[in-house]
Design a protein around this ligand. Structure first.
Ligand code: NAD
Length: 300
């Protein structure tokens, strides 16, 4: 039987609608407008695209969007001063510093200077620790989006065997933590894992976050398993015309879809969920800052 396609685009639109409803409520009942500040240092073209679409969607759900674009040579002290100013701004509930930063800036220092309560990317060491100990935290957006899709599809993932391929701080590790907090039995595979095919074949849930185009073939997938493809890889696509490119994930879609029970496509799977979860985190941070009830279903 063909796999169910988990439609991230449609799911993300639902999440954004939920966020928008809550923003309307916060404005009408409490006179509060959630605010998100995005800081971009330098002119990396991909980062500029991300920042633009984050700003656009923030406004679309009714929140306040503030963008700070800094010169590529901005001294660290200047960036830290801006973050301090945003930490102390009562109209700003979420702060995101677009990564990667130029090489002269210490990424850990910068991220850890954000007020953890406003750290809507969930990368601050305090949030990492809170997540690791199963406490309320700000959760990294991409893994949060994956978790929402898994909960929606399965109801409960308790007791399921989950394999996360990739151990990065922004996707692999927090993903594994979230799956563990939901009582899955979790294996983290990485570049040194022996017999990766064998490890993946035991999984009821596979989350691929590697950054290698189509590296997981269908014959690694246990029949009926759920496959969440986090990878975004741009490949040349001469078949579409000269100079054209296409996006593919970390799993080989056609062969995996033939065996899996459910699968996320690329594009249109995990990608759209990431920005939706950033908006969800901002509204959650705003509610927490004001001692108000958080919207249901938008946090881990
Ligand atoms: P990363 O480069 O930081 O980490 C990749 C991980 O893959 C590493 O832990 C490494 O050990 C592992 N790895 C590398 N080669 C491997 C191999 N042959 N076998 C098994 N494991 C191997 O990458 P990242 O930031 O975690 O991102 C992973 C992918 O997810 C990228 O394609 C990235 O573009 C994508 N991504 C997508 C979103 C989204 O919104 N959909 C967000 C973040 C990242």
């Amino acid at each position: 039987m063909a796999a169910t396609i988990i439609d991230g685009k449609e799911f993300a639109a639902r999440v954004r609608a939920q966020v928008a409803t809550h923003v309307t409520h916060l404005k009408a009942e409490h006179g509060i407008t959630p605010g998100l500040a995005v800081v971009l240092v330098g002119e990396d073209p991909a980062s500029q695209v991300y920042v633009r679409s984050k700003g656009k969607m923030t406004v679309e759900v009714g929140m306040k969007s503030v963008e700070h674009k800094l010169d590529v040579e901005t001294p660290e002290a200047e960036l830290l001063a801006l973050i301090d100013q945003l930490n102390n701004d009562p109209e700003i509930h979420g702060i995101l510093v677009q990564l990667p930063l130029p090489k002269h800036l210490n990424e850990d220092l910068v991220i850890n200077s954000i007020d953890p309560a406003k750290d809507v990317d969930g990368f601050h060491i305090s949030n990492v620790g809170l997540l690791g100990t199963g406490q309320k935290s700000m959760v990294p957006c991409t893994p949060l989006g994956c978790l929402m899709m898994l909960r929606d599809h399965h109801g409960s993932i308790s007791g399921m065997n989950a394999v996360v391929i990739g151990r990065s701080n922004i996707v692999g590790k927090p993903m594994a933590q979230l799956l563990l907090n939901d009582s899955a039995t979790v294996t983290i595979a990485h570049s040194r894992t022996k017999d990766l095919a064998d490890v993946v074949r035991r999984a009821d849930i596979v989350v691929a976050a590697v950054g290698r185009p189509e590296m997981v073939p269908g014959d690694w997938i246990k029949p009926g398993a759920t496959v969440i493809d986090v990878g975004i890889n741009r490949l040349d696509a001469p078949e579409k015309g000269e100079g054209k490119t296409k996006l593919v994930g970390d799993v080989h879609y056609d062969s995996c879809a033939a065996v899996a029970g459910a699968i996320t496509p690329v594009p249109g799977g995990v990608g759209p969920m990431t920005i939706a979860c950033l908006l969800a985190n901002t509204v959650t941070a705003c509610c927490r800052a004001n001692g108000l009830a958080e919207p249901e279903g938008l946090t881990a």
